[in-house]
Write a protein that binds this ligand. Structure first.
Ligand code: KG4
Ligand code: ZN
Length: 349
């Protein structure tokens, strides 16, 4: 069965083809991505209306590209999957509208996918896919959650952020340091040249006794520190900016690491899956790999290029839902989107 997946929840248009058959893990046939980062950079963040318009421009050419790459025709597609939420309403409507129009034209069923389930299942696209059950650390630009995952559609939230997400903490701190948008990758690159112990920054909720996170206070601490440093932050030959970047990254990584280990302890599980954009962070991976190796825990990540938003994870999540029998694709082409949609409220039909 050939599944076309369309992702358009934020600032990346992603399209992919995944093939599934029998009980084997579905495989990625081809995928293509267009990132709008350059367009939004001038505004310091995503402009929703511009995002929607650009998704409209990109989605069909990307669909043609993935079909060509896979050597397939549109008529070969069996199911059209799209991101139904959460995300920007207008951006989601583009993917949903195009998917339902394609479904109706091709007389094929459609399936609306939860964006975070896409991230969560994206490590199944790697050469070394995980096995259920596992603890998942989902760290994206909009969400930070620890979950117990017992199977497709069986997700229990163990803890989550009460304010900013980890990606947001990276992005907002980076913005304060003048590192542009999205700042996560830039901040982590700069951090490689800095001293992570140079500045004492808060580790929010580290000892809260539960698995919740809070990152809003961190950006205030970074701002206070940046103000204190003043001109020194940009002075030639000064390592202050790299030191602040490294200290910020160290604070975020320590909280994510300790809470993940606590979740493994609490559930007694020996497998950790890390997904979402922040899962691309090298320092997070280094520290998680080290700690998990010491404790005999297996860690799985998506391939680096599939950590951030993409169509492959949407096609994969649809394929796995269909394979597990937790959802059927439907033949109704009236659609809605869910800009807010908690993962543990995912319905089964
Ligand atoms: O999962 P994602 O693509 O989008 C959402 O669903 O939100 O995640 C994007 C987030 C951004 O906040 C970005 O700064 C962050 O992931 N990110 C990183 C890195 N690469 C992406 N944060 C830290 N280090 C990275 N290498
Ligand atoms: Zn995402």
């Amino acid at each position: 069965m050939l599944i076309l997946g369309i992702e358009s929840s934020c600032d990346e248009t992603g399209v992919a083809l995944v093939e599934s058959g029998g009980a084997a893990v579905p495989v990625l046939r081809s995928h293509a991505l267009f990132s709008q980062v350059d367009m939004h950079q001038a505004y310091g963040g995503v402009v929703p209306e511009l995002a929607s318009r650009d998704h409209i421009r990109r989605v069909l050419p990307l669909t043609e590209l993935v079909l060509r790459d896979a050597g397939c025709r549109l008529a070969d597609v069996d199911v059209v999957a799209f991101t139904r939420g959460p995300g920007l309403a207008g951006a989601l409507l583009v993917g949903a509208g195009v998917a339902c129009a394609l479904g109706a034209a091709l007389e094929r069923p459609v399936l609306g996918v939860h964006h975070l389930e896409g991230h969560l299942l994206s490590p199944f696209l790697s050469a070394d896919p995980p096995e259920f059950p596992f603890v998942a650390l989902l760290v994206s630009g909009g969400h930070t959650q620890l979950m117990r995952v017992d199977g497709v559609g069986r997700y229990a939230i163990l803890g989550e952020t009460i304010d900013d997400a980890a990606g947001e903490a990276f992005d907002k701190s980076a913005k304060l340091m003048g590192l542009g948008y999205p700042g996560g990758p830039a901040l982590s690159r700069l951090a490689e040249q800095g001293d992570p112990t140079a500045f004492k920054l808060p580790r929010p909720l580290l000892h809260s006794g539960n698995l919740d996170f809070s990152f809003a206070g961190l950006k205030t601490a970074v701002l206070t520190q940046a103000k204190k440093l003043g001109d020194q932050l940009e002075a030639a030959g000064s390592t202050a900016k790299a030191d602040l970047a490294a200290s910020t990254q160290a604070a975020i990584v320590e909280v994510l690491l300790k809470k993940s280990l606590a979740a493994l302890k609490e559930t007694g599980l020996r497998r950790l899956v890390v997904a979402g954009g922040v899962g691309a962070n090298r320092e997070l991976r280094r520290q998680l790999n080290l700690a998990c190796a010491q404790q005999g825990v297996r860690v799985h990540y998506p391939e680096l290029h599939l950590c951030t938003d993409n169509g492959a994870m949407i096609a994969m999540a649809a394929a796995m839902r269909l394979q597990a029998g937790v959802q059927q694709a439907n033949w109704v082409y009236a659609f809605d989107v869910k800009p807010r949609w908690p993962l543990d409220a995912l319905e089964v039909n």
